[in-house]
Design a protein around this ligand. Structure first.
Ligand code: PAF
Length: 282
C-alpha cells in the first residue's frame, strides 16, 4: 500500500491511475478505523480497480468545545488494517497541507445543513462539504463510498454532487453494528461501561419505531413520543433529537405513507451518538 502525505503527489497518482484507464474508488475517513469503515473499503474494491482511502481529522467540521483534540487517532493500526483489506493508496495529509494559513473558502449546501445534526452542530456540514470537495479534487475518484450511519452527511454530499455537477458516483454502505446492535463508531471509545451498556437504547428505540409501523401506526408524533419515552428509561442518555423524515429530502413527515427514515442523536455522557434506520412500510 502506498502512503501519500502531499496533495500534489496524490493528484499525480490519481492522474496516473486515470491515464491507465483505472476506475478510482475512494473512501474518505477520519481514521481510527473499525469494521464499519472497512466494509466501505470492501465496497470500494468491488466498485473500482484501485481503492484510495483518506485519513484526515478535519478541524473545520468540529465546533468550538467539540472533540477535535481528543478525537481518537491511531494511524499505525489503521495502516495495518487497510493493508490487510487490500487498500492500494492511503492519503494521509497534515492539517497545514490541507489548510494553508491563507485558506478562505467554504462550500455550503443550504437548508439541508441547518437541520437535524446541523442544528446542534452549527458549521459542521459546511466543514464536511468543504473537505469532501477538496478530497474529490485531489483524489479524483470515479466512485466514492460513504456510510449510512452518517445519513444526513450522505444526503448532503449527494446533493452537493448533483448541484455542482461533479463527476463522481456516490455509493452508500449500510450501517455495521456490534452484536448488541450499537452502530459502530470511532466515538464509541468515549463510553464508560455503564454508558456503553445504555448506548443500545438507540438501536432498540429504532426497532421499537419499526415495530409500531409494522403494527399499523402511521402517525409520526405517536411513534416519536414512544421512542422518546423509551430512551428516557436510560438515566445516562440525553436526547438531542428524534425525527422521522423523507429519505431523500430529509423533510419531516407527519404521516408515513411509503418511504421514511427515522434519525436520532443521543448524548451518553460526553459522547454524542447518532443512528438511523429505513422504515419498512408493510
Ligand atoms: O464521515 C466522516 O468520517 C467525515 O465526515 C468525512 C466524510 C471523512 C469528512 O471529514
Amino acid at each position: 500500500m502506498r502512503i501519500v502525505t502531499h496533495v500534489n503527489e496524490m493528484k499525480s497518482i490519481a492522474d496516473e491511475y486515470r491515464k491507465e484507464g483505472k476506475i478510482i474508488a475512494f473512501v474518505p475517513t477520519m481514521g481510527y478505523l473499525h469494521e464499519g469503515h472497512l466494509s466501505l473499503v470492501d465496497i470500494a474494491k468491488k466498485k473500482g480497480d484501485v481503492c484510495v482511502v483518506s485519513i484526515f481529522v478535519n478541524p473545520i467540521q468540529f465546533g468550538p468545545g467539540e472533540d477535535y483534540d481528543r478525537y481518537p487517532r491511531d494511524v499505525r493500526r489503521d495502516e495495518r488494517l487497510l493493508e490487510q483489506r487490500g487498500c492500494d493508496t492511503l492519503f494521509y495529509p497534515s492539517t497545514s497541507e490541507m489548510y494553508p494559513e491563507d485558506f478562505l473558502t467554504r462550500v455550503r449546501v443550504e437548508k439541508l445543513s441547518n437541520i437535524l445534526c446541523g442544528k446542534s452542530r452549527p458549521g459542521h456540514f459546511e466543514g464536511v462539504t468543504t473537505v469532501v470537495l477538496k478530497l474529490f479534487n485531489i483524489v479524483k475518484p470515479h466512485v466514492a463510498v460513504f456510510g449510512e450511519k452518517d445519513y444526513q452527511q450522505l444526503v448532503i454530499i449527494k446533493r452537493m454532487v448533483r448541484d455542482l455537477n461533479l463527476d463522481v458516483e456516490i455509493v452508500a454502505g449500510e450501517i455495521i453494528r456490534e452484536k448488541d446492535g450499537l452502530a459502530m463508531s470511532s466515538r464509541n471509545v468515549y463510553l464508560d461501561p455503564v454508558e456503553r451498556e445504555q448506548a443500545t437504547c438507540l438501536f432498540r428505540s429504532l426497532l421499537l419505531a419499526q415495530d409500531m409501523v409494522k403494527a399499523g401506526i402511521r402517525d409520526t408524533k405517536t411513534i416519536i413520543e414512544a421512542v422518546n419515552d423509551f430512551i428516557k428509561n436510560f438515566d445516562r442518555a440525553r436526547i438531542d433529537y428524534i425525527k422521522i423524515v423523507h429519505p431523500d429530502t430529509l423533510e419531516e413527515l407527519e404521516e408515513i405513507h411509503d418511504r421514511a427514515r427515522i434519525l436520532l442523536a443521543v448524548y451518553l455522557g460526553g459522547a454524542r451518538l447518532i443512528d438511523n434506520m429505513e422504515i419498512d412500510v408493510p
